[in-house]
Design a protein around this ligand. Sequence first.
Ligand code: TPP
Ligand code: SF4
Ligand code: MG
Length: 298
Amino acid sequence: MIRGLPEEEYFASGHRACAGCGGAIAIRHVTKAAGPNTIIVQATGCMEVVSTPYPETAWKLPYIHSAFDNNAAVASGIEAALKKAGKKVNIIVFGGDGATFDIGFGALSGALERGHNFLYVCNDNDAYMNTGIQRSGATPKYAHTTTSPAGKVIPGKIQFKKPLPFIIASHRSPYVATASIHDINDLYAKVRRGLSIGGPCYLQVYSPCVPGWGYDTAKTVEIAKLAVETKYYPLYEIENGILRITHKPSENKSIESYLKMQARFKHLSPEQIREVQAAVDNEWARLLEMEEKKCKLY
Ligand SMILES: Cc1ncc(C[n+]2csc(CCOP(=O)(O)OP(=O)(O)O)c2C)c(N)n1
Ligand code: SF4
Ligand SMILES: [Mg+2]
């Protein structure tokens, strides 16, 4: 159930995202949570390409398109100028996982260290989708992409996903969180928290991609939910260095149900599925321990 969302839309319908695009659902609700007093900075990627084909735009907010490499630097400049002018405006920086985990990471790291006041939202769809599904630092182990093709040479991507939320929290970011497009109330609350706390905050939203993951258009929300319920994509927030898990699934759902829904994992052997399950269980146990012991990330 979605409770009490504003009716106002800031990301208009009619953009050119694929039917069932998780990223479009994320942006629609992040901007609803932010409201009209907001400036958007966005790197290149699917969500920029589908929303700004000249001379059209889907954005009903002030918007600047930046390059991958300077997304957070552009936001830093805007924030510094507004501060000098004595204006209080929300700054939301959108980037895909390729823009955030890889190409724009240097600029993001610098902005975090300088302590600019913005909310960086990463639309995490596990690969460089706009250019044809290439692997990124966010792509999970064993996922088939065009640059980690599952076959005789490799079984899909051979490395694990980069633990970016923890890397960002270690920069002394006051608020870091993960969210998923299936739980809009939680996403909404995390955007509000990230905008209110002050300083460079980070929200990573799991946003399924229909052609990139290989599933039926109607299944986007179901897949996002299953990612969380199987603990494949844990939802948590790290406030001032202390982690809190924001959703603890009541059932122990096996990872197989999630993997089997997507073409990118269809080549996995029973042994590889067991290995993924073990990695998921280990990570969950690690998060529970961190939460219980109130471990400080900085
Ligand atoms: C510096 C730079 N390198 C490469 C590109 C080409 N390019 C455009 S969109 C894109 C994919 C973006 O992937 P991601 O950030 O994950 O966003 P997605 O499309 O998956 O939402 C790439 C590689 C570019 N525009 N600029
Ligand atoms: S390719 Fe994926 S991320 Fe891009 S618009 Fe389509 S569903 Fe969305
Ligand atoms: Mg991507």
